[in-house]
Design a protein around this ligand. Structure first.
Ligand code: PRT
Ligand code: ZN
Length: 296
């Protein structure tokens, strides 16, 4: 009997994306043996092996076809492509995943007289993203020196290693506590699902299936099911207020000619102001519930 073909996916072993990447696979119906100490984790109920690695290694795992799918920050992926001399060109981004959001930005000390990107001419910029920074400077025709640092980029100006920095920012508190001010956003990033060019049709089928399950999970997470009663006369006004819902289901309410029940999937958040607007238009008994799974 031929050996079962298994899809292989690489995710971050530990770090900012690790927990959410694992949780996303589990929500997609893959149950994994819990050990985190090993490199490889076999799914028990799906032909999938999960490689737990450093995010920086994921593009190489894909380029060498050790894995066919990977989850990493778009920043890390694009930086590898920018530096890779074509090695990572055949990899493609399939899907943004909505977590690990950050931006790659240029920040300057608060007493730096920054007028425009031209102010960077002749300056020394410390970064862990040489490839993306160099491309950005080239695009803006700026001649500056780049110093590559693996970590603690934010201390470079204070230690006179560099004039300014280019680093990832999420809340901005690291910049503030180091007396730095964000001036240019080079890239807005989040975790992405990346794939290599899959030639085996069985593996390609598995990759498609996992990708559409992940899509469905993300859609369900962003969607809400809303139920309400509407006066028949104000149905159009209420439909107009329902966020991101093309065609709600409208049902009669027994014994009431003047009222109908409206059910809809809203593919975006339903906030208090929407509920209040629905109420102002005559809606009553408004119920908003999360959706666990969704498949078209
Ligand atoms: O061990 P391994 O190599 O796998 O992990 P790592 O240390 O290289 O990466 P990790 O876990 O720190 O980050 C993984 C990914 O998370 C990054 O590639 C980004 O896509 C994403 N991400 C999201 C971030 C941040 N937000 C972030 N804020 N990565 C790093 N930071 C750092 C940033 O470099 C700076 O030092 O956090 C600091 C700034 O944060 P704020 O909140 O103070 O602005
Ligand atoms: Zn890393």
């Amino acid at each position: 009997m031929s050996e079962e073909k298994r899809l292989k996916i690489a995710i971050q072993k530990s770090g900012r994306l690790a927990d959410q990447s694992l949780a996303l696979l589990e929500k997609s119906g893959v149950s994994l043996a819990k050990s985190r100490d090993q490199l490889l984790c076999r799914a028990e109920n799906y032909p999938l092996d999960v490689f737990l690695v450093r995010d920086d290694d994921i593009p190489a795992f894909l380029a060498n076809n050790v894995c066919q799918l990977g989850i990493l920050g778009q920043n890390a992926f694009l930086e590898k492509q920018a530096l890779g001399n074509g090695k990572f060109e055949s990899l493609s981004q399939l899907l943004p995943l909505g977590y690990g959001k950050c931006r790659l930005s240029i920040a300057v000390p608060h007493d730096f007289d920054y007028k425009s990107i031209q102010s960077l001419t002749g300056k020394v910029i410390a970064t862990s993203y040489r490839g993306l920074l160099a491309a950005y400077l080239k695009q803006h025709d700026i001649d500056a020196d780049i110093v590559t640092m693996e970590g603690a980029v934010e201390v470079a100006p204070r230690t006179h290693l560099a004039d300014v920095i280019c680093d990832l920012v999420s809340t901005g508190s690291t910049l503030v506590s180091n007396g730095l001010v964000e001036k240019e956003v080079i890239l807005r990033s989040e975790a992405v699902l990346v794939s290599n060019q899959i030639t085996d049709p069985v593996i390609a089928g598995l990759a498609d299936q996992i990708t559409s399950r992940i899509k469905a999970v993300l859609r369900a997470e962003n969607s809400r099911y809303i139920m309400l009663n509407s006066p028949t006369a104000s149905l159009d006004a209420i439909k107009a207020v329902l966020p991101g819902s093309a065609s709600p289901t409208v049902m009669p309410l027994q014994g009431r000619d003047d009222m109908v029940a409206v059910h809809a999937v809203c593919e975006e958040g339903v906030f208090w102001n929407t509920m209040e607007a629905l109420k102002a238009n005559g809606a009553s008994s408004i119920l908003v519930v999360p959706i666990e799974k969704m498949l078209d």
